[in-house]
Design a protein around this ligand. Structure first.
Ligand SMILES: *[C@@H]1O[C@H](CO)[C@@H](O)[C@H](O)[C@H]1NC(C)=O
Ligand SMILES: *[C@@H]1O[C@H](CO)[C@@H](O)[C@H](O)[C@H]1NC(C)=O
Ligand SMILES: *[C@@H]1O[C@H](CO)[C@@H](O)[C@H](O)[C@H]1NC(C)=O
Length: 365
């Protein structure tokens, strides 16, 4: 009996043990299931995050602060709605930092100290920090402190990771034979519009020598003949030649002086800026006259005079308009959406170890 009882007791104990093992297994299974579910979810988040970099899904571009403080609205899917650029999410709320593929920092505010880099935040793997400036190296300040921080550059330069030119050519869908009579309404030979007149600028020297050879009509604050923005293009359109002289001589630094002021107004640009090859890379063939093409400024002056008197030769400088139109760059949103178009061809890993050297390359102060 006793034995039986003890057997029963031990049976009971065994049953209890089995039950508790069973309970344990069930508990463990539930925990395991929950864990699997949780990890699965995590993985899904992760894999979709990584797939962004492979070009499927959205590319998220976080504007850490607006350039020059000009806030623009990002309501809706702006890149798609306005520019038909797909899978491109432009955001300006900093809470997007953990999932942003690109975080944008406009140089001006960084060098002025009104904005800081969030260096204390851990950077998600694969996230790129972009340094952005459309100004010439003369106005970018000293960038030595930004060594080993940025992964990409956004600038007008052709060798930047994302190039945002001041203007560009677009082919016309159908050849235009509507080349207007370029001689109409021309009253001045050479015009220059200048506000920031500095003796040490090379353009000032060229202007002085040129005006000693041919008449140069000067507008702008310096000459106390300021032009309103409405008057600018109509005024330039009355000149055979417009001096599209950049205020800094730097690699690829070709501004709206060429794209807007000269081409839009219909005056032939006489350019001074980066080397001829930089212009040739972006501007229409036989559409501009580079100061460096001449052995002296006097030679340039004589050439302009002869050209204005030769209707046929002068008009050849407008032949490009049969095939091309000029697009002057739009607002920040349009420019930033274009990052998405180049995103998939960015190198997987890149660090600007010496941004200052990169910025000042090809710059002649
Ligand atoms: C991309 O962003 C748009 C706009 O916010 C959204 O509607 C869409 O679902 C997103 N696509 C993916 C794959 O996350
Ligand atoms: C020429 O000037 C007249 C009068 O200012 C103007 O109406 C006309 O549009 C101009 N033509 C061109 C081609 O600029
Ligand atoms: C971006 O730069 C940081 C800082 O140098 C670096 O640690 C990171 O690996 C770079 N990321 C990419 C995607 O190149």
């Amino acid at each position: 009996m006793r034995n039986q009882q003890s057997t029963q007791e031990s049976d009971h104990a065994k049953k209890m043990e089995v039950r508790s093992i069973k309970n344990g297994i069930i508990f463990c299974t539930i925990v395991a299931l929950l864990l699997t579910l949780y990890c699965g979810l995590q993985n899904r988040v992760k894999s979709s995050y990584f797939s962004y970099s492979r070009g499927s899904g959205n590319v998220t571009i976080l504007i850490w602060y607006w350039p020059f403080g000009d806030m623009l609205t990002l309501k809706g899917n702006v890149c798609w709605d306005r520019y038909k650029i797909p899978n491109c999410l432009l955001v300006d709320q900093r809470s997007f930092f953990p999932s942003a593929d690109v975080v944008l920092f406009h140089n001006r505010e960084l060098i002025q100290g009104s904005q800081q880099l969030p260096t204390e935040l851990p950077r998600p793997q694969g996230q790129r920090w972009a340094w952005m400036s459309l100004e010439s190296p003369a106005h970018n300040g000293n960038l030595k402190k930004f060594a080993n921080i940025f992964n990409m550059t956004i600038s007008y330069r052709r060798d930047a990771d994302v190039t945002i030119p001041y203007g560009e050519l677009k082919p016309l869908e159908t050849e235009s034979n509507l080349v207007e009579d370029s001689h109409i309404n021309k009253t001045s030979l050479v015009c220059w519009v200048v506000s920031n007149y500095m003796d040490h600028h090379r353009r000032t020297q060229v202007y002085k020598e040129l005006s000693a050879t041919v008449p140069v009509k000067v507008y702008g604050r310096w000459n106390k003949l300021p032009l309103s923005s409405e008057d600018l293009l109509p005024t330039i359109s009355r000149c055979y030649f417009y001096l599209a002289f950049e205020n800094s001589l730097a690699k690829d630094y070709v501004t709206e002086k060429l794209w807007q002021n000269a081409y839009r107004a219909g005056a032939v640009p006489v350019v001074l800026g980066p080397p001829i090859s930089d212009y040739k890379a972006v501007a229409p063939e036989h559409s501009f006259i580079h100061v460096d093409e001449f052995s002296s400024v006097q030679e340039l002056g004589k050439y302009l005079q002869r050209l204005a008197e030769d209707r046929k030769k002068y008009e050849e400088y407008f032949n490009w308009k049969k095939h091309w139109k000029v697009k002057v760059h739009g607002d920040w949103i349009e420019m930033l959406c274009k990052i998405c178009l180049q995103y998939s061809s960015l190198p997987l890993h890149k660090v600007y170890s010496d941004l200052e050297a990169w910025d000042k390359e090809g710059y002649r102060p």
